[in-house]
Design a protein around this ligand. Structure first.
Ligand SMILES: *Cc1c(COP(=O)(O)O)cnc(C)c1O
Ligand code: SF4
Length: 464
């Protein structure tokens, strides 16, 4: 591009001196449960239950969520209340009773922590073999903390300052990162190792910065990771994706926050320099898009030239209803957001409470799709992020007289698996890939042998 069309030194085209309202960020955790004003309408027993559950599972909610997103006339059924506040059923009865008894008996910290740790380890803190199979190593065989590289084109990066969120989702599969156990965390403060890794991997086109939520970081920290990517040695990194729920949990991050203008300028600068910036926004319900602040933040982010793509899991008690998805996708399209993925809830944490069987998930997806225009049919799913890859349920059908589930890989550890249809025996209860068996009496999946070989190799390296 010629110099006239593209200045070599980026200059701000606009001085913002932000005129957005400065709303203070106020957050509550387990210790503050008794200070959350609308909870006074609950019974003592209900508040105690919340305390028990949040001893095991992370809890964090901010004032914006309390004031603007939860409909307090409709608790406990309100979907945003279910999204953020602990509910008794999220712990299995034996786990609940164990912790409740300890708290009632005034157990000491050491005893309580030991019980809580045991329970957490039973909740599959690192689903889909993340620890053993996605963490790359350098030539010396050292694990590169904070980097995951599972699919050829896309590297995931977990900046250490971004390992929290403005609120927590009760169903979060990253929950192990928030509960303070160092061994359970996946993080890095090493911009250098990220940049060295990307430079050494010209096949990578996408960097996905994730967490937690990278938008909790100061703009200057985010810039420290991202601006170096504008140098010519990173030309192969075409797309910078930022995974976030801040457009829901704290839209003021993009409006009146202290460094909101810096963040907006950073996004503009990346776009101006020729990167595609994709804000991968996590949404579960149309209500999250339905406040003035949320819509103002969406407009402001889109104004930078970044594209907002929406993804989120299908969750019982929150959005297991086609009408909710149809309305959400329509509203996203109306606001200029591109629907991207509907995920199946992962096999971790409070899964027994949130899971939706695969057959039901497909019905919800299909019924929602039938209600929207083609521009909202860009959402793929329902998709399981399983260890071999992202597997989509394409539908229920009959082949040669056998009722089956048709599946395909959207992403695979081996790119050769992608887009090959395959079939599982029909099973109405199955809620994850490992519950399914191949159709037509076959012994193994077409990808099984290759997957086992990849897995054996990675796991044996991890053990050395
Ligand atoms: C989903 C995912 C990606 C990105 O996949 P796309 O289909 O390109 O969005 C990358 N890495 C991991 C580990 C993922 O789960
Ligand atoms: S926003 Fe994402 S990382 Fe944060 S709590 Fe929710 S699901 Fe977990």
């Amino acid at each position: 591009m010629s110099a006239q069309l593209k200045p070599l030194v980026w200059q701000p085209t606009m001085e913002y001196a932000s005129n957005y309202e400065k709303v203070p960020f106020k957050v509550y955790t387990q210790r503050d449960l008794d200070r959350i004003e609308p909870l006074v309408r609950l019974s003592d027993e209900q508040r105690f239950e919340m305390k028990v559950v949040s001893t095991v599972l992370p809890f964090r909610v901010n004032q914006y969520m309390i004031d603007e997103l939860i409909d307090w006339r409709n608790i406990p059924a309100d979907p945003i209340f279910q999204l953020t506040f602990p509910q008794r059923g999220m712990l299995k009865p034996e786990h609940f009773d164990r912790v409740a008894t300890l708290i009632r008996d005034g157990a000491g910290k050491v005893e309580l922590d030991a019980a809580v740790n045991e329970i957490r380890l039973e909740l599959n803190p690192h689903p889909a073999d993340q620890m053993e199979m996605n963490m790359p190593r350098d030539e010396a065989g050292n694990r590169l903390d904070g980097i995951q590289h599972k699919y050829r084109e896309t590297v995931l990066f977990f900046p250490s300052q971004g390992q929290t969120c403005h609120s927590y989702c009760t169903f979060c599969f990253r929950w192990a990162q928030f509960v303070g156990d160092k061994d359970l965390r996946i993080a890095s403060s090493e911009a250098e190792s990220l940049h060295a890794y990307l430079q050494a991997h010209p096949e990578v086109t996408d960097l996905l910065v994730t967490g937690g939520d990278p938008m909790v970081m100061k703009a200057k920290h985010l810039a420290g990771y991202l601006e170096p990517l504008l140098r010519p040695e990173f030309d192969h990194i075409q797309t910078i994706r930022i995974g976030t729920k801040a457009l829901t949990f704290w839209p003021h991050r993009f409006l009146g926050a202290d460094d909101a203008d810096d963040l907006i300028r950073l996004l503009e600068r990346l776009v101006e320099a020729g990167k595609q910036v994709a804000v991968m926004a996590h949404y579960n319900h149309w209500k999250e898009l339905d406040t003035e602040a949320a819509q103002a933040a969406i407009r402001r982010v889109r104004g930078t030239g970044a594209v907002i793509r929406a993804q989120g899991p299908l969750i019982a008690h929150i959005n297991d209803d086609p009408a909710v998805w149809a309305r959400m996708w329509k509203l996203q399209v109306k606001l200029g957001i591109v629907p991207y993925y509907m995920f199946v809830e992962r096999d971790t944490g409070a899964r027994h409470y949130f899971e939706v069987p695969l057959v039901r998930a497909w019905q919800i997806y299909r019924e929602a799709m039938q209600q929207v225009s083609g521009l909202a049919r860009t959402a793929r799913g329902p998709s399981m992020s399983a260890s071999p890859g992202k597997v989509e349920i394409q539908g229920v059908t009959e082949v040669a007289g056998e009722k089956v589930l048709a599946l395909r890989f959207i992403q695979g550890r081996n790119p050769d698996w992608v887009q090959r249809p395959f079939f599982a025996k029909y099973d109405e209860q199955a809620s994850w890939l490992n519950h399914l068996v191949p159709a037509f009496g076959e012994e193994r999946w077409f990808w099984q042998d290759e997957y086992d070989a990849i897995r054996n190799e990675k796991v044996s390296v991890a053990k050395n």
